[in-house]
Design a protein around this ligand. Structure first.
Ligand code: HEM
Ligand code: HEM
Length: 403
């Protein structure tokens, strides 16, 4: 399948912004300049979740929905809005964050409305499993980002309340526990078994949508039974993912340098992620809803399981599929990227759970300094290699008859 030019551009912008995420991550892991301030940490966070992950998701939404020559939203403007918001986080200026956060929300809303419109013209009762997952994922993104802008405006007006902490928890839960899981499961299904519509696929997405919503509402209103409902919904949906994609995963060659192995490893992280969310919910309940008493290492482990294990594998897989018809620049890099990223994220997240967060540690004194860089260097190698391949011209179909 030929990918739209907009998809290729979205991947290029996403990779460029991901370089910033990975570089800040490397500095934070090694602590070569000491501990990072909150503005830089929020830049690391949102350059990763918006600049890398969401730009990539926009690109894939375009590839899924913009068939038959229909144009999608403007990719370059979306990238500009994203870069502006990431820089606003870095500046530490609350007014800039509120303004550019609102612009970012409008951009996200535009993509969601377009995907909703395309789904309605095709027929909500007919669209494939990956499209439903993308539509519900972007719906959750709109809800989670609206909460984000409300927090941002409260901060700008110096009008935070005791509820602001709950809003931040609800924002993070909707985005990570809802949006990311939905889009990732839809995208890997597309790559592993193709586009089809089945009852199992629809039920799985609906369960994941309600899981994200109940996690967010449980955090927002401190309703602990909702957190337990989330656990049940997520466990059922994750078992469905493993059963439904299992045969395709078993057929995947772990040695072949294609996007398939990046997609096939994602369910492993979904299983680890759900186990970590169950552990997190237990800790939150034990702490009587006070998230500040939950170990930071557990939260950061959960973050990277989803941001790198689930989403970066999904997007690297998508880029490999999109560039399959181009020259494979630096073929030696593929195994280093795949194994480095995965062994890196597994060892880093294991250290965060067992030893705890490296926050406050001295340079090179915490095991995070020796595990996270494996992941960060593999990510940087991926960024350079895939950027070079995206610049190559697609192979032209040769005429079977010589001219
Ligand atoms: C328009 C989009 C977005 C806006 C306006 C936004 C806004 C915010 C704000 C204001 C905060 C709190 C910052 C502070 O502590 O000062 C925050 C934290 C956070 N955001 Fe976002 N964000 C957006 C998108 C996302 C996305 C797409 C994700 C994940 C996929 C995400 C994940 C998080 C997480 C994990 C936190 C940290 C929560 C904590 O401190 O425990 N955000 N965001
Ligand atoms: C999409 C990509 C990524 C996202 C969204 C992300 C997000 C986050 C978040 C939310 C935190 C917690 C910050 C805090 O203390 O408030 C964090 C910490 C951290 N990140 Fe990332 N990250 C990403 C990729 C990476 C990469 C590629 C590296 C590479 C080295 C990395 C290394 C780290 C390290 C070392 C910490 C500190 C963990 C600890 O010791 O507690 N991250 N990241």
């Amino acid at each position: 399948m030929a990918y739209p030019a907009g998809t290729i551009r979205a991947f290029q912008y996403g990779l460029a912004i991901f370089a910033l995420t990975a570089l800040i991550g490397l500095v934070n892991a090694t602590k070569i300049i000491g501990n990072l301030d909150q503005n830089t940490l929020l830049t690391h966070l949102h350059s990763g979740t918006l600049g890398w992950i969401t730009m990539g998701v926009f690109g894939i939404a375009l590839a899924l929905f913009a068939r038959n020559g229909s144009a999608g939203p403007a990719v370059s403007l979306s990238a500009l809005a994203t870069a502006a918001y990431v820089l606003a986080f870095w500046s530490g200026n609350f007014y800039a964050r509120a303004i550019f956060g609102t612009v970012m929300l409008a951009t996200i809303f535009g993509w969601w409305a377009w995907v909703g419109y395309r789904s309605s013209t095709e027929g909500f009762g007919k669209i494939s499993n990956p499209k439903i997952a993308m539509l519900l994922g972007l719906t959750t993104l709109v809800i989670g980002s609206t909460v984000g802008v409300i927090i941002q405006i409260q901060l700008a007006l110096n009008a935070t309340t005791p509820q602001t902490g709950n809003l931040i928890g609800a924002h993070a839960s909707a985005q990570v526990g809802g949006y990311l899981v939905l889009v990732a499961t839809g995208i890997i299904e597309w790559y592993l078994i193709g586009e089809r519509r089945t009852t199992g696929g629809i039920v799985q997405s609906v369960l994941l949508f309600f899981a994200g919503m109940s996690l967010a509402l449980g955090q927002l209103f401190d309703i602990q039974p909702l957190l337990l409902v989330t656990n049940v919904l997520q466990i059922i949906a994750t078992v469905m993912v493993v059963i439904r994609l299992g045969p395709a995963i078993l057929r995947t060659s772990w040695a072949a340098a294609t996007g398939a192995r990046h997609a096939a490893i994602v369910p492993l992280y979904l299983v680890i992620g759900v186990a970590l969310i169950v552990a997190l919910v237990q800790q939150v309940i034990a702490a009587n809803g006070d998230i500040s008493r939950v170990p930071q290492g557990l939260i950061h482990s959960l973050d990277h399981t989803f941001f790198v294990g689930v989403m970066t594998n999904t997007l690297f897989g998508a880029i490999l599929f999109a560039t399959a018809d181009r020259a494979r620049t630096w073929p030696w890099a593929d195994p280093l990227i795949f194994w480095g990223l995965n062994l890196g994220v597994l060892s880093f997240t294991a250290v965060l759970v067992t030893v705890g967060s490296s926050t406050g540690a001295a340079a090179f004194s915490h095991p995070v300094a020796y595990t996270a860089p494996i992941m960060g260097l593999a990510a940087l190698l991926g960024i350079v290699t895939f950027s070079l391949r995206l610049m190559e011209a697609p192979a032209v179909m040769r005429s079977p008859v010589p001219a």
